[in-house]
Design a protein around this ligand. Structure first.
Ligand code: BT5
Length: 275
């Protein structure tokens, strides 16, 4: 650890950036409520697409549906980007999957990882990254990305120790965080540009290749009750397509899914190497 930079500072990141537009305006903070809050304020004030906010810790890091995101100091990455896609509202679920592919590929430069719909990146069944895409009306999207880089298992709260992980937990080696940031931004810019240029189909293919869910039976809690079915893939709008036991195709727009029989079990049979 001693030979790695202790802080995520613009001086550590900017000289290594390979992107054209993403992260070219960069704000690094020591502590914030949530990087999504700061990016949202910047978007409201007219920040350009590609503006990025990073913090060393978050006091109110958040996940979806009011859940919280553990954000200890100086260990990991908490990053939000201001995006201004055409038709932000309808693009939001797809953007989340675009980002999921990019985050998965960045992590895969260090260790094999896979995607669990809609927004989890897993290593050997442990969640190492999560994504939170929020709309800032009328036309901006705030894309928040949390990646566990250097947290050790005993640094997670007890309730997360059997389900969260980090690159350090997987490899036993500390990640150079500024290098990770530049690789993440490079993958994200490339996938975002690909989506803008070629549409969603190549992203859906890439997502399928990185997901361990295709062909698996999953269960999802929906307002009308539990739905079980076999995962067929991702629809053109980002919804998850399931084949129900009756044979009909069902679309899951939002929710938490569970792989029946356990995710890790399935992952080990697939050897867990998806990149
Ligand atoms: C997510 O929500 O996975 C989205 C997480 C997004 C975090 C980033 S950090 C930068 C930006 N600023 C923010 O405030 N947020 C974004 P969800 O799918 O709802 O998962 C949340 C659940 O994951 C929690 O209820 C915990 O069970 C678990 N969890 C919390 N912190 C975790 C961590 N550090 N690592 C792994 N799992 C965690």
């Amino acid at each position: 650890m001693s030979s790695l930079p202790e802080r995520l500072l613009p001086t550590e990141i900017e000289g290594r950036l390979t992107t054209r537009w993403l992260g070219r305006t960069l704000y690094c903070h020591e502590e914030v409520s949530s990087t999504n809050d700061i990016a949202r304020e910047l978007a409201r004030a007219g920040a350009a697409e590609g503006t990025v906010v990073i913090a060393e810790s978050q006091t109110r890091g958040r996940g979806r549906l009011g859940r919280s995101w553990e954000s200890p100091k100086h260990r990991n990455l908490y990053l939000s980007a201001v995006l201004r896609p055409a038709m932000a509202g309808t693009t939001l679920p797809r953007l989340s999957l675009v980002a999921g592919v990019a985050v998965c590929d960045a992590i895969c430069e260090w260790y094999p990882a896979s995607i669990k719909w809609p927004n989890d990146i897993l290593i050997e069944g442990r969640k190492v990254a999560g994504l939170l895409a929020e709309i800032e009306p009328p036309a901006a999207v705030i894309l928040g990305i949390g990646v566990n880089l250097n947290s050790a298992l005993d640094e997670f709260p007890p309730e997360l120790r059997d389900k969260a992980g980090s690159l350090f937990v997987a490899t036993g080696v500390r990640v150079d965080r500024p290098v990770f940031v530049t690789r993440l931004l490079a993958h994200l810019e490339a996938r975002y540009d690909q989506h803008r240029r070629d549409g969603f189909a190549p992203i859906a293919d890439a997502w399928g290749e990185r997901s361990l869910m295709i062909g698996k039976t999953i269960s999802v809690e929906e307002p009308g009750g539990e739905v079980r079915g076999e995962v067929l893939g991702i629809d053109t709008d980002g919804a998850l397509r399931l084949r129900l036991p009756s044979g009909t195709v069902h679309r899951v727009i939002a929710g938490d899914v569970t792989v029946v029989g356990g995710y890790q079990l399935n992952e080990s049979t697939d050897s867990g190497r998806k990149c």
